[in-house]
Design a protein around this ligand. Structure first.
Ligand SMILES: C[S@@+](CC[C@H](N)C(=O)[O-])C[C@H]1O[C@@H](n2cnc3c(N)ncnc32)[C@H](O)[C@@H]1O
Length: 293
């Protein structure tokens, strides 16, 4: 059951006339070591991001197949990427990021996990010159696109995704959506302030303020990815939004299902509640998480 604060935010978002402006992230590329450390901590198994990573991991597993080459745009410390790569050992992954510090952390994290199916490229996601046209089987990205400075760079990124992705390829681009009211943004940002570092709370606040709108995602999807993917968001308030292609592959892999279930059951109760809320809000917005039953 969503908390009273979330229910109030929901009502505010569907009734308000406010239109909070987009404020560009203060750290476009994340290379401040203290902020990188706070971000990594939030992504650990007991960190506030754990249920979110599990949800997106299940969604990404739907759009990739064994033998694929998958790129992760704005991979950061590879917490999400490593989780997906561990469950898909026969898929090859390339993490793309501009930050030296993030890439070093990402390499270390994957080495610590013994992953041999991940490599990294230092590149701007809005100019994927390293990748040839129609060369990758799937593109994933989680909570990174709001770091782009403006709509024209987001447009270039969508255009690059369309260029490098093979016809029929898999896609899962997930990011925060822009909420209408500043109060809603603050409610979400400070919701777990007692469970996370102040640096992470501020990072989260700036991220929500920098989020693009659902409308902007829809226009760019229509312009560059029409017929290849659809935009979904959490119901009523687009706190999170995803550009997702249809699922690829046949029957879900029993080992993946089992492992997702195991990770879910190992989450503490408050994280299981967060996961259930996220699943419900996305399901009501039209996006099912078929691998997370
Ligand atoms: C909030 S982190 C997300 C990390 C990861 N995807 C996750 O889910 O935890 C955003 C990442 O995007 C990277 N980034 C920002 N702008 C970028 C750009 N133009 N090209 C490549 N990476 C970029 C930042 O350096 C940072 O590592």
């Amino acid at each position: 059951m969503p908390s009273t604060a979330v229910i109030r935010t929901f009502i505010r978002e569907i009734t308000t006339r406010e239109r909070s402006p987009r404020c560009t992230e203060p750290d476009l590329v994340m290379d401040d070591p203290e902020k990188v450390a706070a971000y990594i901590k939030a992504g650990l198994e007991d960190g506030v991001m754990a249920p979110v990573y599990l949800y997106h991991c299940a969604q990404i597993c739907e759009v990739i197949r064994a033998g694929d080459h998958v790129i992760d745009l704005g991979c950061g410390p590879a917490t999400q990427l490593a989780m997906v790569a561990r469950l898909n050992p026969d898929t090859r992954f390339t993490g793309v990021d501009l930050s030296d510090d993030m890439l070093n952390q990402a390499r270390q994290h994957c080495a610590d996990m013994g992953l041999e199916n991940v490599d990294f490229v230092q590149q701007d996601v809005s100019d994927l010159a390293h990748f040839a046209p129609d060369s990758v089987d799937a593109v994933m990205s989680t909570v990174a696109l709001h770091h782009l400075p403006d709509l024209s760079t987001l447009n270039a990124t969508f255009s690059e995704v369309a260029r490098v992705l093979k016809p029929g390829g898999g896609l899962y681009l997930l990011d925060f959506g822009h909420l209408k009211s500043e109060k809603s943004i603050e409610t979400f940002a400070y919701q777990y302030a007692d469970r996370q570092s102040e640096l992470f709370t501020l990072d989260y606040l700036y991220s929500l303020r920098a989020a693009f709108s659902r409308n902007e995602f829809e226009q760019l999807t229509q312009r560059h990815l029409q017929g290849r993917a659809q935009v979904y968001s959490t119901f009523g308030m687009p706190f999170m939004m995803a550009v997702k292609s249809p699922a690829r592959g046949g029957e879900p892999d029993a080992r993946v299902l089992h492992e997702l279930q195991r990770i879910k059951e190992a989450l503490p109760a408050h994280h299981q509640t967060d996961l259930a809320d996220l699943t419900t809000f996305f399901r009501l917005g039209g996006l099912r998480a078929t691998l997370l039953q």
